[in-house]
Design a protein. Structure first.
Length: 291
């Protein structure tokens, strides 16, 4: 089976200069579908809706459009849970009965698999005006630029992670992606073999988990990891392939993040060596409108 890493290596020039390959177009379609879902569900949120209800709304919206498998089921976080306040164990990430209130920030996070392609996205918003989260979202633009620039420079994943940390400190924020398992800011995604019945384990699709585990085993033998973390196993240059990247800022009980796919290739041309899969997403449009 052709892997995303192979595809991104051989079609980088096409993707940058004249449109995406069929393979990358498949990933972009499912990523856009996920963001379309996030915007549709965000528009339906109102006072009293719970995290569990918001997560169910995402599942139902995507299932109505043909999604049957997941990298992970949808999450929803409201209020101080957007900043992972007092999160200690993985079960705390799952949706709760927390109810949305006027002015409260929220994050919707989903990772559908459709047509064998995977996306993993994060959408930040608020029910009405929330100046703190608005500022967090504006300041995330610098992180998107830093990550792309340093991936193109072939800095190690661990070094880039540390530079993201330092930028957050300069901005006055806390690193909240460090609260994720293994403290990851990103993980690799790839094609997933479609099946009629796709079981899940703790909310994660078993097919996707098998692929990630295979990458981890293969990478361990070759000295790289499919997890982008602050630890020694990420102390290597970016591996060609597709990476779901999610810098997550926190400030006094409010959190904000984006999550989208970064394409990494082995091209020696800087612009072809790494690029965001799509520059027309809710957060990028927001930054353009604010300028």
């Amino acid at each position: 089976m052709t892997t995303a890493a192979t595809t991104t290596t051989t079609t980088a020039a096409t993707a940058v200069t004249g449109g995406l390959s069929a393979e990358l177009s498949g990933f972009r379609r499912v990523q856009r579908l996920a963001y379309e879902c996030a915007e549709a569900v965000a528009a339906r949120l109102e006072p009293g809706v719970t995290e569990r209800e918001a997560a169910r709304m995402q599942r139902e919206w995507l299932r109505e459009r043909g999604v049957r498998d997941w990298f992970h089921l949808p999450f929803a976080w409201f209020g101080d849970r957007t900043a992972f306040v007092n999160f200690r164990v993985p079960l705390q990430f799952f949706p709760t009965g927390r109810r949305l209130e006027p002015g409260m920030p929220f994050i919707l996070d989903m990772a559908p698999v459709y047509g064998g392609y995977t996306a993993d996205i994060g959408y930040s918003g608020s029910l009405g005006l929330n100046p703190v989260q608005n500022k967090l979202m504006a300041d995330l633009e610098a992180h998107r630029e830093l990550i792309l620039r340093e991936v193109r420079e072939r800095r190690s994943l661990r070094e880039i992670y540390e530079d993201v940390d330092r930028l957050m400190v300069r901005q006055g924020y806390a690193n909240r992606h460090r609260a994720y398992p293994f403290g990851v800011i990103a993980h690799k995604v790839d094609r997933v073999r479609e099946r009629r019945f796709s079981p899940r384990l703790f909310g994660f699709g078993t097919q996707s988990l098998k692929g990630l585990a295979a990458d981890a085993l293969h990478g361990h033998r070759e000295g790289w990891s499919p997890l982008w973390s602050p630890y020694r196993f990420s102390d290597h240059p970016p591996r060609p392939g597709l990476w779901a990247v999610e810098p997550h800022l926190g400030f006094r009980g409010t959190g904000a993040k984006f999550e989208e796919i970064l394409v990494v290739t082995d091209s020696r041309d800087p612009e072809e060596s790494a690029f965001w899969l799509d520059d027309d997403l809710p957060h990028t449009r927001r930054w353009t409108e604010e300028k």
